[in-house]
Ligand binder design. Structure first.
Ligand code: SAM
Length: 443
């Protein structure tokens, strides 16, 4: 079943991460800003399986669990036993009583996240072993201290993500039901890695909106000693300022590191258009790589301000590399009418957004975006087409790109298929995690 998209509400929700749009943070139990090193947050500790607490799943779920899929959806549970409260460690069984594993129960559509395939505990030792194994699997490039240490389901820690930002860490949990893991995870992370601070962020999926407030406010400092100030990190020697407390909006998408590395030899003497530029990871890479001009377009002024800071941090001036605060479609139209052309166009949009030219949805508008990009791409130029929305399958992505090329009357050749780096792995039995599609195409 690897490679097959699984039915159910989980499809498409494992992209780079949406902010917890529907979860209302409860009162913070930690103060913002500077907190002493002894600051510790400990969730409730529901680690031992309470005998009899568990779920029995239907045949469809059983089939997927046996393949390694890490979730049980609510509508796949045929019986519930014992006392089930969010956060409780529960047994998972098939209808014939055979053991399918042990997980953490939740009240949302993902009813159980399976942490292990046997009946053992989900305790401090188990978590420490999993976190240490994840670290051992990550040979990082030199001069790189921004990386993903734990990639949730793909590291056998469903709903748990850990990002390393220099000497600070961001721990992101997908549900308040996982709050009980906080204490042992903090112990494991801070003993296995020298760090000054750990920030806690939440990423409940829209359909998983918890009824109750979050137990700790989003973006809280839960361990250590740090101010809410940008941290300078390195990606293969290139500097970026990031905000570890901001979760998905930290400021650098490390899943694109390998794509930036692959492009490195090809920037020289090229005129580059970076659309949806955000904080400018591609802009900085292109400018440092010898591009003659990098034009960065983004709707959000504050993102462009961060982009400017990142250029500045690398000794690159915006005199040569202009920033345009504009809607991408309007900017592309304007550039086309002026007869401008670029040797490289980068289109790495969000899944959804609202701009002056209306609401954008990658599922609906990607073909139109590709066509608009191709109208400003010089003959022989390169289009870097990316899509991080898990709801768009690789096949659908290909269709969108082909549709855009037809619309613009250009023929395209594929020269590179990008993939995430070693620290953003995709478990074969969890196809949802292969959200990233990146093609480099020559026109
Ligand atoms: C997913 S991030 C892009 C990541 C970026 N390509 C990178 O490499 O870091 C999305 C960015 O698109 C911008 N954006 C969203 N809708 C837009 C639009 N219609 N026009 C221009 N920028 C837009 C957002 O402000 C945000 O900075």
């Amino acid at each position: 079943m690897a490679g097959e998209y699984r039915k159910g509400p989980g499809r498409g929700r494992t992209g780079r991460g949406r902010k917890a749009a529907v979860a209302k943070p409860g009162p913070a139990k930690t103060g913002d800003g500077k907190v002493g090193r002894r600051t510790r947050h400990r969730g409730k500790l529901p680690y031992t399986t309470h005998a009899g607490d568990g779920v029995v799943v239907n045949g469809y779920s059983e089939r997927w669990l046996r393949q390694g899929f890490p979730w049980v959806y609510q509508d796949e549970v045929v019986a519930r036993t014992g006392s089930l409260v969010p956060g409780r460690v529960v047994g998972i069984r098939a209808r014939d009583g055979s053991v399918l594993g042990t997980g953490i129960w939740d009240s949302g559509k993902i009813e159980v996240r399976r942490f292990r395939r046997d009946e053992g505990p989900v305790d401090a030792d188990f978590l420490r072993t999993a976190v240490a194994a994840a670290k051992d699997r990550r040979p990082l490039p030199p001069q790189t201290d921004a990386w993903r240490w734990v990639h949730g389901e793909n590291d056998d820690l469903p709903g748990v993500r850990v990002d390393v930002w220099g000497d600070q860490l961001t721990l992101t949990l997908d549900s308040p039901a996982l709050h009980g893991l906080l204490g042992p995870l903090l112990d494991a992370l801070t003993t296995l890695h020298e760090t000054n601070a750990v920030w806690l962020c939440w990423r409940p999926a829209i359909e998983q909106a918890p009824a109750e407030p979050l137990p700790v406010a989003d973006g809280s400092l839960v361990w250590g000693d740090a101010r809410r100030e940008p941290v300078m990190v390195q990606e293969r020697g290139v500097s970026f300022r990031v905000r570890p407390w901001a979760g998905a909006d930290a400021g650098l998408y490390v899943d694109m590191r390998e794509v930036r590395r692959w492009l490195e030899p090809y920037w020289v003497a090229r005129r580059v258009l970076n659309l949806f530029a955000y904080t400018g990871a591609f802009s900085v890479a292109a400018a440092l790589g010898g591009a003659t001009e990098v034009v960065s377009v983004d709707l959000a002024g504050p993102h462009l301000a961060r982009l400017r800071d990142n250029l500045d941090a690398n000794g690159v001036s915006t005199d040569q590399h202009p920033l345009r605060e504009a809607d991408v479609f309007k900017a592309l139209d304007h550039l086309r009418r002026r007869g401008e052309s670029f040797d490289v166009v980068i289109a790495d949009p969000p899944s959804f957004s609202h701009g002056p030219s209306g609401a954008w949805s990658v599922e609906r508008d990607y073909g139109r975006l590709i066509a608009a990009c191709l109208r400003v791409l010089s003959p022989g130029g390169w289009l870097v087409a990316a899509c991080n929305h898990g709801g768009v399958s690789p096949k659908e992505f290909q269709k969108h790109v082909a549709k855009g090329a037809t619309k613009a009357g250009r023929s395209l050749r594929l020269v590179h298929v990008g993939s995430p780096p070693v620290d953003v792995p995709a478990a074969l039995d969890f196809p949802e995690s292969r959200y990233l599609k990146v093609w480099v195409l020559v026109a």
